[in-house]
Ligand binder design. Structure first.
Ligand SMILES: Cc1cc2nc3c(=O)[nH]c(=O)nc-3n(C[C@H](O)[C@H](O)[C@H](O)COP(=O)(O)OP(=O)(O)OC[C@H]3O[C@@H](n4cnc5c(N)ncnc54)[C@H](O)[C@@H]3O)c2cc1C
Length: 295
């Protein structure tokens, strides 16, 4: 099926885009189009006006600045996969990018579009949760920062207003003795996650876990934080029993649904295993434990 007719606007600056979003009736933002275009074609979305942000060069960046890794709204999944900064310092991002969809989708789809889509099966929301990330949104009243814990409300629904444009997603630059990882279970290459877990660990001088972040994919109505597991980890020294216990707590806090690919108890078990693996990799990348066999 072809998309229904709509007016197409192509602003070349953020300020022009924000003015358009304010003046138009129920506008829809188009970035990579990898979620929106299929929805238009199936007529699951029938906007009268589309504001295409692909011509706004100022949104095309991925770099560290002022204590944050800043991901502009036009940074594509492939940009993360190709970035030397990511490869060197952001294990969870480096793990995630090649696991998103397929190469065609990774070349066009954006990290910010994925977060705005708020699909509980989206991978980036969990990574943002693990890193205590936030998004920067511009609207008619100016700019505001929304922490990821206040962003996802329901499947495909965020706390942003319709006339707000996310200009950037960002996470704090890693400190010393910090490591992160993402593990995802999918049926085959190119699929969305059946379950996924992102973990980030920061250790103190004494080798204890000072701060833990764990985000879960596809096992609740939004990307979700495994806060009980985080609390259990903090103040402790890393070891396989501790990570196994944290995995169990993450599984208990998850809320997956049974579907044709697996029942809820199987997915909970997968959360347990993926969390242990992600925590083990995060600790290893932080340099506090030796290489070990995966559970
Ligand atoms: C077959 C297939 C497999 C996929 N597999 C995966 C997967 O394994 N993991 C995964 O994470 N994703 C997956 N995706 C989704 C993919 O990652 C998309 O790229 C992503 O969800 C949307 O990014 P986009 O830039 O294409 O956004 P678009 O499709 O352009 O927009 C998506 C939504 O976000 C809104 N939006 C976009 N940009 C902004 C902005 N800057 N500010 C405010 N709102 C905005 C749009 O209005 C729209 O509602 C898959 C998609 C397909 C079609």
């Amino acid at each position: 099926m072809k998309a229904a007719n709509f007016e197409h606007h192509e602003p070349t600056s953020v300020s022009k885009a924000v003015s358009l979003l304010e003046s138009l009736d129920e506008p829809t933002i188009l970035s990579g189009g990898q979620s929106l275009v299929p929805m238009l074609r199936f007529r699951l979305a029938r906007p009268d006006t589309v504001v295409d942000i692909n011509g706004i060069d100022e949104l095309d960046y991925l770099h560290e600045e002022d204590g944050y890794l800043r991901i502009g709204a036009l940074a594509r999944h492939a940009d993360v996969a190709d970035s030397e900064v990511i490869e060197a310092r952001y294990g969870s991002f480096a793990d995630t990018a090649p696991l998103v969809a397929d190469p065609q989708i990774r070349n066009r789809g954006t990290i910010v579009g994925s977060i705005a889509q708020a699909d509980p099966k989206g991978d980036w929301g969990s990574v943002l949760i693990a890193h205590d990330g936030e998004v920067v949104a511009r609207g008619p009243d100016g700019e505001r920062t929304v922490p990821v814990d206040e962003l996802f409300l329901l499947p495909y629904d965020t706390s942003l207003d319709e006339d707000e444009l996310i200009t950037e997603a960002r996470v704090p630059v890693p400190v010393e003795r910090e490591g992160s990882a993402y593990h995802k279970l999918k049926r085959k290459t190119g699929d969305y996650a059946m379950a996924g877990v992102a973990a980030r660990l920061i250790f103190d001088d004494d080798g204890r876990i000072e701060d833990a972040g764990i985000g879960m994919t596809a096992v609740d109505i939004t990307n979700a934080r495994a806060s009980d597991a985080e609390e259990r980890l903090e103040g402790e020294r890393p070891d396989p029993e501790l990570f196994a216990e944290a995995g169990e707590l993450a599984a208990e806090q998850s809320n997956p649904e049974s579907d044709e690919h697996g029942d809820a108890s199987y997915k909970e078990r997968m959360v347990e295993v993926l969390a242990q693996r992600a925590l083990g990799d995060a600790a290893e990348r932080a340099g506090v434990i030796e290489r070990r066999a995966a559970p």
